[in-house]
Design a protein around this ligand. Structure first.
Ligand code: SF4
Length: 277
């Protein structure tokens, strides 16, 4: 299989080129395009393991993605959060600063009867911070500050509004966007290459999961759903106004509706590896 891109993606090789893998379809599409030679080879691929990642994500990567990388000599590093930061449910420096965007009674119920939602910062403190620390440690902070790092983020051509090019040491590039590849095309490229559709990359306790995804997890990966139920109880021992589901009912007792209603930010945040919010 060979692919001709509408536009070439040209990296600035004076800077360190790092694919930021979120484990989702667009990240896998970037790996397939690199494997096929349609995208240039970066210096390495990194993925942050929040240590609450849905169990099928790493299985998929071990089985399908890592062998491709091994074949072309491309390093794929998984960074374990706790090896690099002490942030967990709360920020290491502030026990009251809860990081995931749980649903909360604290802000009062909305007119529709759903709970309010607190802002979520887990992606920044569970993914971005550990990866930056890892890279500084591995390549030398001073050296990296001089050289600069480009993170390749898997946003596609239809996500123009989310594409931003911050200046400074840590910058972003968007190979799929810059090569004018739409999300649907990214999915097709992965399928045409012969890989099954990758699972959504998300933590099993993520409150941004919509009802269909909770039901899917309960039926297909019951051990992950069980972990989420236990986790919610532990969370409420310290923060009794927080819930995983907007109904304010313990997750094990929610009557899910089949129509997705809950906020879904996987596509906007974690599925692409880093949100840099
Ligand atoms: S998947 Fe959800 S809980 Fe996990 S880091 Fe992303 S937003 Fe946070």
């Amino acid at each position: 299989m060979s692919i001709q891109l509408r536009r070439n993606f040209v990296p600035n090789n004076r800077r360190l080129q790092v694919v930021s893998s979120g484990g989702g379809t667009q990240s896998v599409c970037m790996v397939v395009l690199i494997y096929l030679g349609a995208l240039p080879k970066p210096d390495l691929i990194v993925m942050a393991d929040t240590e609450r990642e849905a169990s099928n994500v790493f299985e998929y990567h071990e089985k399908y993605v890592k062998p491709l990388c091994d074949e072309i000599g491309l390093e794929y590093v998984v960074i374990k959060k706790s090896d690099w930061v002490k942030n967990d449910i709360t920020l290491a420096s502030d026990d009251d600063a809860v990081l995931p965007g749980f649903f909360t009674e604290y802000n009062g119920r909305t007119p529709k009867g759903d709970l309010g939602k607190q802002p979520g910062y887990c992606s920044s403190h569970w993914k971005v911070e550990p990866i930056r620390k890892y890279l500084n440690n591995r390549f030398g902070e001073r050296e990296l500050t001089k050289r600069g790092v480009d993170f390749w983020i898997g946003m596609s051509f239809d996500e123009r509004s989310r594409v931003k090019y911050p200046a400074g040491k840590w910058q972003k590039r968007y190979p799929l966007f810059e090569a004018e590849i739409l999300r649907e095309q990214a999915i097709q490229i992965v399928k045409d290459f012969g890989l099954p559709e990758p699972p959504r990359s998300a933590c099993w306790m993520c409150p941004n999961r919509h009802d269909d995804e909770w039901v899917w997890m309960r039926e297909n990966v019951p051990e992950d759903f069980e972990q989420a139920c236990k986790f919610e109880k532990q969370l409420q021992a310290g923060f009794d106004w927080l819930y995983l589901h907007k109904s304010g009912v313990p997750i094990g007792e929610v009557i899910f509706t089949s129509k997705p209603k809950q906020v879904d930010i996987f596509d906007q945040f974690c599925d692409t590896g880093m949100c840099f919010v």
